[in-house]
Design a protein around this ligand. Structure first.
Ligand code: PDD
Length: 286
């Protein structure tokens, strides 16, 4: 079992120097990316991730030079050649290499790089007992719906959360609570689940979509995709995050104050169980 890379369809050692100095991803963050989890040697929810990748490419006008089938094949190749059963695959596509000018080059040859890494030993405690988050200002640009390589706002926010001893920074823009720096955010109040709507101000998470469009329905729960402010979350009985690596993560403390009684609530628990079951089914686990 070893971490592996793939550049424009060719397998490479992860430590090989393969990206040119003037790749626009490197110089401008001019590209888009996806992260897919691998469970039991199979990609989970690969199709919605690739659908979003094509949407992101269209949004920033990078031509799609690989077909859906080719990208699926590359994911499978990385799993097979690495021997990794539990891990994550990172994929990015940049606008390719050209002498540095801000406008697009005349000839665009997009550059695809991918890597697979094992998940390693996971400390399951956060999922069992919940995590702390802090609220931070959302200082990102206005196209957070694009899964862009430009992640400075997210990175600075995550570091601020880490330095505060928190798992995640949950961002606030114009007094509304938008999302985590690498996850979507939900609160439960009066048995209704609330989450920010899918506008240009958040990423439409694949995990969020699974929660909102599938699990909530299966469990007979109610979800409202409406903005809510900081005051609103003070009266929440439960809160949680969703994301590819985050999965469904209970939040038990916000800005040092307990959410509800500070334990993981029944709605979050039922969503976690339903999500695990979905992974088991789709990836043939257990
Ligand atoms: N992050 N919001 C933001 C800002 C994110 O970066 C992510 C994912 C999500 C959740 O999306 P999904 O459910 O599709 O993973 C929401 C990835 C995993 C990352 O940057 O590593």
């Amino acid at each position: 079992m070893q971490s592996l890379g793939l550049v424009n369809g060719k397998l490479v050692d992860l430590n090989e120097n393969v990206v040119p100095m003037e790749d626009r991803g490197h110089q401008f963050g001019d590209g888009v990316y996806e992260v897919v989890k691998v469970y039991n040697g199979k990609c989970f929810a690969l199709k919605p991730h690739l659908d979003r990748l094509y949407r992101s490419l269209r949004a920033i006008r990078i031509p799609a030079t690989y077909t859906y089938e080719e990208l699926v094949e590359f994911h499978e190749l990385l799993i097979e050649k690495s021997g990794i059963n539990e891990g994550a695959i990172y994929l990015q596509i940049t606008r390719g290499t050209a002498a540095r000018t801000h406008h697009f080059p005349e000839q665009i040859v997009p550059c695809l790089t991918m890597s697979i890494r094992p998940t390693g030993t996971v400390n399951t405690r956060p999922w069992e007992q919940g995590v702390k988050v802090i609220l931070i200002p959302d200082e990102r640009w206005l196209r957070c719906d694009i899964k862009s390589l430009n992640l400075l706002g997210n990175i600075l926010g995550k570091q601020q959360a880490k330095e505060a001893g928190c798992y995640e920074g949950v961002m606030v823009r114009d007094e509304q609570v938008t999302e985590g720096t690498s996850s979507n955010f939900f609160v439960v109040k009066d048995d209704v689940i609330w989450t920010y709507p899918t506008t240009n101000l958040i990423l439409k998470g694949v995990t969020r979509t699974i929660v909102v469009e599938k699990l909530v329905k299966e469990l007979g729960l109610t979800v409202l995709e409406k903005p809510f402010d900081v005051k609103f979350i003070k009266g929440a009985s439960e809160a949680f995050l969703s994301g590819t690596s985050t999965e469904i993560m209970p939040v038990t403390t916000i800005n040092g104050t307990l959410v509800g009684d500070g334990t993981v609530g029944p709605i979050t628990r039922s969503l976690q169980e339903a999500y695990t079951q979905l992974i088991d089914e789709e990836c043939g686990r257990k």
